[in-house]
Every structure is written in structure tokens, then in C-alpha cells.
Design a protein around this ligand. Structure first.
Ligand code: ADP
Ligand code: MG
Length: 150
């Protein structure tokens, strides 16, 4: 995968995310949960990305911003992966919240896939080697998605 992709509309962002999700579930060889961390200003496209990503995991539920609940779990119907966790750290107050969510346990299981919005707030608490995607505004509908390994 290229390390930078330009998206010109929300549908394209969803398609990029969907393709990535399908790639991940077709290579289930991880020893821990697969983590995608999303960084970027409000309206950057993090939740839009998660909608496409969840669709690529075969999830039919509507994905909304979990800003007020911090974490939502969805079942995945695949052999290896069982759960998709959508986490939004916007209101996260620190390590205490992180512990209350039971994230350590969620991260330890290779059957879980996790997407974390506002990942910069939780970055120090995540294991090394997760996929980070940074969203930059280029225009009204244009966004740059930058892929990094953290
Ligand atoms: P965030 O979760 O980062 O705050 P959202 O995904 O909730 O962002 O919102 C992104 C907004 O920007 C949506 O209203 C979406 O329709 C719009 N948008 C316009 N162009 C794009 C694009 N290329 N990719 C993603 N979202 C886009
Ligand atoms: Mg969001």
C-alpha cells in the first residue's frame, strides 16, 4: 500500500477503508489485536473511514461517532476475527479511563480489531507497531490520508 493517498470525497475514503479491512481479515496472522489509530481534526474523516472499514469487516450496523460512550463493540462473522471495537478518545481523561474500558485485555486478543479515533490521546498506552492513519484537510472534500507504523 502507498503511504499516502488522496481522497476526493467521503465515498472514496470509505472505499479505501473497506479495502484495507478486507486485506486485514484475509491475513489473520497476528499475535495481538489489530489496531488502526486515526488522527486528524474534527471533520477530517475518521468516523467516515471507520464506516467503510466496518463495512469491509462485514458489519451491517450503522457506525456513528462514539464520542459520548468512548467504546462500541460489533460482532464480526469471520473465522479468525470475532469483534470490532470502535473507540473514540476525544473525551478520554487518561490512563484511568483506559483501564476502565478494559483495553489491555481487548488489545491482548488476536480475535479483535480496534479502530481508535483521536489516537494521539492513547498512543502511549498502545503497543508498538500499530497502523496509524493521519487525516489532513486539503479542501472542502479533499483529504490526504497518511499511513504510518507506530
Ligand atoms: P471525524 O470523525 O474526523 O471528525 P467525520 O468522518 O465525522 O470526521 O466527518 C467528516 C465529514 O467530512 C463528513 O461530513 C464527510 O461527509 C465530509 N467529507 C468530505 N469529504 C470527505 C472525504 N474525502 N473523506 C471523508 N470525509 C469527507
Ligand atoms: Mg469522529
Amino acid at each position: 500500500m502507498k503511504t499516502e493517498i488522496e481522497s476526493v470525497n467521503p465515498e472514496q475514503t470509505k472505499k479505501i477503508a473497506k479495502n484495507l479491512a478486507q486485506e486485514i481479515i484475509s491475513h489473520p496472522c497476528f499475535s495481538k489485536a489489530f489496531i488502526v489509530g486515526l488522527k486528524g481534526d474534527l471533520g477530517g474523516g475518521k468516523t467516515t473511514f471507520v464506516q467503510g472499514f466496518a463495512s469491509g469487516l462485514g458489519i451491517k450496523d450503522k457506525i456513528t461517532s462514539p464520542t459520548f460512550v468512548l467504546l462500541k463493540r460489533f460482532k464480526i462473522k469471520s473465522k479468525k476475527f470475532k469483534n470490532f471495537y470502535h473507540i473514540d478518545c476525544y473525551r478520554m481523561e487518561g490512563i484511568k479511563d483506559f483501564k476502565e474500558l478494559g483495553l489491555k485485555e481487548i488489545i491482548s486478543k488476536p480475535e479483535n480489531i480496534i479502530a481508535v479515533e483521536w489516537v494521539e490521546k492513547a498512543e502511549k498506552l498502545l503497543p508498538k507497531g500499530f497502523l496509524k492513519i493521519e487525516f489532513q484537510f486539503l479542501g472542502k472534500k479533499r483529504r490526504r490520508l497518511k499511513f504510518l507504523c507506530r
